[in-house]
Design a protein around this ligand. Structure first.
Ligand SMILES: *[C@@H]1O[C@H](CO)[C@@H](O)[C@H](O)[C@H]1NC(C)=O
Ligand SMILES: *[C@@H]1O[C@H](CO)[C@@H](O)[C@H](O)[C@H]1NC(C)=O
Ligand SMILES: *[C@@H]1O[C@H](CO)[C@@H](O)[C@H](O)[C@H]1NC(C)=O
Ligand SMILES: *[C@@H]1O[C@H](CO)[C@@H](O)[C@H](O)[C@H]1NC(C)=O
Ligand SMILES: *[C@@H]1O[C@H](CO)[C@@H](O)[C@H](O)[C@H]1NC(C)=O
Ligand SMILES: *[C@@H]1O[C@H](CO)[C@@H](O)[C@H](O)[C@H]1NC(C)=O
Length: 404
C-alpha cells in the first residue's frame, strides 16, 4: 500500500484569501501536516473551471481580477513537478461575493489611454440607481504606490466620465502592468464595478500633424509629424486624399510609411513621408491622416486617433473664387430659368397651336405670306368640309320626311 500512500498526500492547510490594491487577489496557504520527509513539496493550483493550472513550490498565488464576480482557487500538494503525479485532495477558497444589488452596478465601464498621457473612463448608470447618485472612481497602478481618487467626474450625454493623468511609463516594462479601476458611490448604495485596463491596449494616440504636401515627378508626397510619445514603428497610418474635381475620396492604409526617395526625409527632422500614387496634379487635393497603434508594440489596433487637420494642394484654393461663385450662382440660375421659360413658351406654341381667329386668318390669307399661312388654310378647308357634311345630313333628313 505504499504506492497508494504516496498518491494520497495530505492537503494544504490554512488556505486564505485577501485583496490588495483594488483588485490584486492573493491566496496563501501553509504546507500540509505530516508530509513524507523525502517529499519535495510542490503545490498544484487552478481557478474555477480548471483555468490556469500551475505547479510551483511557493505557498501563495496572486491574480489581478475584476471583482465583479466571485473567484475561487483550488490548491493541492504533491511530491514532484510532474502533472501525472496525483496531488492531494484540493482545498478551495473563494473571494467574498460582491455586495449590493447587481442591477445597481454601473455598466459599460470603459477606459482609454489617450496620448499615453491621461486615461479617460466612462460608464452608464446602473438600472436600479437614483439619478442623483454621486459616483467615485478610484485607480491604482504599480508606479503610483497608492490608490488615488479621480477628481473631476463629469457628464457626457448619458455617460458619466472621469479623466486622470497617467504618463508614459518608459522605465517599467509594459508587460503585466495594468491599471486597476473601481467605480462606486459615496453612499455605498451601489455595487462596485471593477475594471483592469492593460497598458498594452486601449491606447488612442493624438492626431499627427501634416507638415508639407508637394508634387514631384507627377507624384504627390505627404510629410507629417507623428504624435509625441510614440515610436514610428509602433504606429499604422491612414491617408485620405479627396479630389474636389472628380469628387473622389481615396484612402490608403499605410503600415510602414517611407518614401522611395529618402532625400525628402532629411528635409524635416522627425517626419514621416508617404507617396500617394495616381493623384491629378492640376486639381485641388485635400489630404488628412490618422494613426493607430499596431500589433508590433501593442496588443490591439482598434482605436484610431482623431483626423489630423486637413491640408490642400492644387488649384481652386483661392477663397475669393468661391465667394464670387457663391454670389454669381443665383444670377446664373435665374438667367437659366428665364431662358427655359421662354423656350417652353415657344415649345407650347408649336405643340398646342392657338385656336384660330377668323379675323386673323383673313388678314394672314391676304396679308404677308408667312410660313403659318398654309397651316391656317388647312383649318379653313376643314371647316368648310364639316359645314358641307352638316348640310347633306339636313338634306337626307328632309328626304326622309318627304314620303310621310
Ligand atoms: C495554521 O494557522 C494557525 C493559526 O495561525 C497556526 O497555529 C498553524 O500552525 C497553521 N498551520 C500550519 C500547518 O502552519
Ligand atoms: C527516504 O529516502 C531514503 C533514501 O532514498 C530511504 O532510505 C528512506 O527509506 C525514504 N523514506 C521514506 C519514508 O520513504
Ligand atoms: C500628449 O503628450 C505630450 C507629451 O507628454 C504632451 O506634450 C501633449 O500635450 C499631449 N497632448 C494632449 C492633447 O494632451
Ligand atoms: C450627492 O451629493 C449632493 C451634493 O453633495 C447631495 O445633495 C445628494 O444628496 C447626494 N446624493 C446621494 C444619493 O447621496
Ligand atoms: C478628438 O475629437 C473629439 C471630438 O471632436 C474632441 O472632443 C477631442 O478633443 C479630440 N481629441 C484630440 C486629442 O484632439
Ligand atoms: C473626404 O471625402 C469623404 C467621402 O466623401 C468625406 O467623408 C470626408 O469628410 C472628406 N474629407 C474632408 C477632409 O473633407
Amino acid at each position: 500500500d505504499r504506492g497508494r500512500g504516496a498518491a494520497t498526500q495530505p492537503p494544504v492547510t490554512n488556505l486564505s484569501v485577501s485583496v490588495e490594491n483594488l483588485c490584486t487577489v492573493i491566496w496563501t496557504w501553509d504546507p500540509p501536516e505530516g508530509a513524507s520527509p523525502n517529499c519535495t513539496l510542490r503545490y498544484f493550483s487552478h481557478f474555477d473551471n480548471k483555468q490556469d493550472k500551475k505547479i510551483a513550490p511557493e505557498t501563495h498565488r496572486s491574480k489581478e481580477v475584476p471583482l465583479n464576480e466571485r473567484i475561487c482557487l483550488q490548491v493541492g500538494s504533491q511530491c514532484s513537478t510532474s502533472e501525472s503525479d496525483n496531488p492531494s485532495i484540493l482545498v478551495e477558497k473563494c473571494t467574498p461575493p460582491p455586495e449590493g444589488d447587481p442591477e445597481s452596478a454601473v455598466t459599460e465601464l470603459r477606459c482609454v489611454w489617450h496620448n499615453l498621457s491621461y486615461m479617460k473612463c466612462t460608464w452608464l448608470p446602473g438600472r436600479n440607481t437614483s439619478p442623483d447618485t454621486n459616483y467615485t472612481l478610484y485607480y491604482w497602478h504599480s508606479s503610483l504606490g497608492k490608490i488615488l481618487q479621480c477628481e473631476d467626474i463629469y457628464r457626457e450625454g448619458q455617460h458619466i466620465g472621469c479623466s486622470f493623468a497617467l504618463t508614459n511609463l518608459k522605465d517599467s516594462s509594459f508587460e503585466q502592468h495594468s491599471v486597476q479601476i473601481v467605480v462606486k458611490d459615496n453612499a455605498g448604495k451601489i455595487r462596485p464595478s471593477f475594471n483592469i485596463v492593460p497598458l498594452t491596449s486601449h491606447v488612442k494616440p493624438d492626431p499627427p500633424h501634416i507638415k508639407r504636401l508637394f508634387f514631384q515627378n507627377g507624384n504627390l508626397y505627404v510629410q507629417w509629424k507623428n504624435p509625441q510619445n510614440f515610436y514610428s514603428r509602433c504606429l499604422s497610418y491612414q491617408v485620405e486624399v479627396n479630389n474636389s474635381q472628380t469628387e473622389t475620396s481615396d484612402t490608403f492604409y499605410v503600415e510602414e510609411a517611407k518614401c522611395q526617395n529618402s532625400e525628402f526625409e532629411g528635409n524635416l527632422e522627425g517626419t514621416i513621408c508617404f507617396m500617394v500614387p495616381g493623384v491629378l496634379p492640376d486639381t485641388l487635393n485635400t489630404v488628412r491622416i490618422r494613426v493607430r497603434t499596431n500589433k508590433l508594440c501593442y496588443e490591439d489596433d482598434k482605436l484610431w486617433s482623431n483626423w489630423s487637420q486637413a491640408m490642400s494642394i492644387g488649384e481652386n484654393t483661392d477663397p475669393t473664387f468661391y465667394v464670387s461663385m457663391l454670389l454669381a450662382t443665383p444670377v446664373i440660375v435665374a438667367g437659366a430659368i428665364i431662358v427655359l421659360l421662354l423656350y417652353l413658351k415657344r415649345l407650347k406654341i408649336i405643340i398646342f397651336p392657338p385656336i384660330p381667329d377668323p379675323g386673323k386668318i383673313f388678314k394672314e390669307m391676304f396679308g404677308d405670306q408667312n410660313d403659318d399661312t398654309l397651316h391656317w388654310k388647312k383649318y379653313d378647308i376643314y371647316e368648310k368640309q364639316t359645314k358641307e357634311e352638316t348640310d347633306s345630313v339636313v338634306l337626307i333628313e328632309n328626304l326622309k320626311r318627304a314620303p310621310q
